[in-house]
Write a protein that binds this ligand. Sequence first.
Ligand code: S3P
Length: 435
Amino acid sequence: MYQAEKVFPEAPVSMHGELKVPGDKSISHRSVMFGSLAEGLTEVSGFLNSADCRSTISCFRALGIPIDLDEEKDRVLIHGRGLNGLREADQTLDTGNSGTTTRMISGILAGQNFESHLNGDASIQNRPMKRIMEPLQEMGARITSDRGNDCAPLTIRPSHLKGITYHTKVASAQVKSCILLAGLYADGETTVIEPALSRDHTERMLSAFGAKVIREPEKHKATIFSHPKLSGQKIAVPADISSAAYFLAAGLILPDSEITLKDVNINPTRAGILDVIQKMNGNFSIENKRLVSGEEVADLTVRSTSLQGCRIEGDLIPRLIDEIPVIAVMAAFAEGDTLIKDAAELRVKESDRIQSISENLQAMGADLEERPDGMLIHGGKALHGTSIQTHMDHRIAMAFTIAGLAAEGAVNLDQPSCVNISYPTFYEEVESLID
Ligand code: S3P
């Protein structure tokens, strides 16, 4: 754990080697949630033991589910008690910094016959919850924002839910998953139709646990049938492409570098960064493609390349939403312009990421125009080290660590320990690959 400022070597450096980054965050959260609602034992290997996923574990423990976390082996055992096996928590459930925990658990709690109170850290208390409150209320849920500002803290009271068909305004897997999970407890079937397809781990995993889910990806649509019997599963969590992204970028923009990332989840709803690397003419290869626990997995190799700018917009955005901070860094080192648009969602992530990316890249000397829904980056300007404001946002800290390695002079981060949210071993692994 890094408490103080983190300063990396005077750049530019090269990186070589092979790495398996930690387990996928989205799948780790879901393994605990669905395992808790299933009957019998769910055994998870490759679990992401990070602050966000521990928030999910502590919430389900507070709801009466025995969960064993073997920290050394990244293995979790969840002793599920079935769809109606949760019990009222003694205190407010603490979701920490995790939007995924907050939004998804709300869908589950809306279907319980007891009252729940939810809250998280300062960032969570500013993130929009209206997007889940509206559909849940349409299903009959009694969910309220305690301060009346459509943010956490939230109170959820018992109610009778009915299935609905809901058109979401934003492509968000957290919102989609929240509604589908409430649908487990509703009368009839529940359908979610999105403006663009968001990550589909909930649909894949709930099917594997025994729920009846109809997926129509070409229509951005998913339907769930209520009151299934869910059974405990064995889940091998693949490596997280959102964590691999920092090393994909490093291998491409650092001179004389070559990095292989092992066992990376390349689920098509998550792998938009690979499309961008291709558009930027990046030198990369995908090998050893296979299926693990219902998810496509592969080994990815990147090599130093003089990248070209490109356009990133439309349906591609939800497929790479968490990778945009490091993609913006790649764009700053590319020749020509990169336009990122249709990405206004970035303004309501752990920080306002359009602003956090823009201010920090500009502080390093990049030529960039901030837009309401993205940014235009005029690539190829020489970047220099400076002090980075992370806004306690893990993805900003990691993206600018990579930027610092490729720039002249050192970058230092104000709150380096925020990487613990998704990637506690990030700095050690960066150091292990530097030549
Ligand atoms: C996640 C969905 C995304 C993503 C987040 C994890 C998930 O959020 O940004 O890090 O696990 O469902 P949105 O669904 O709100 O876009």
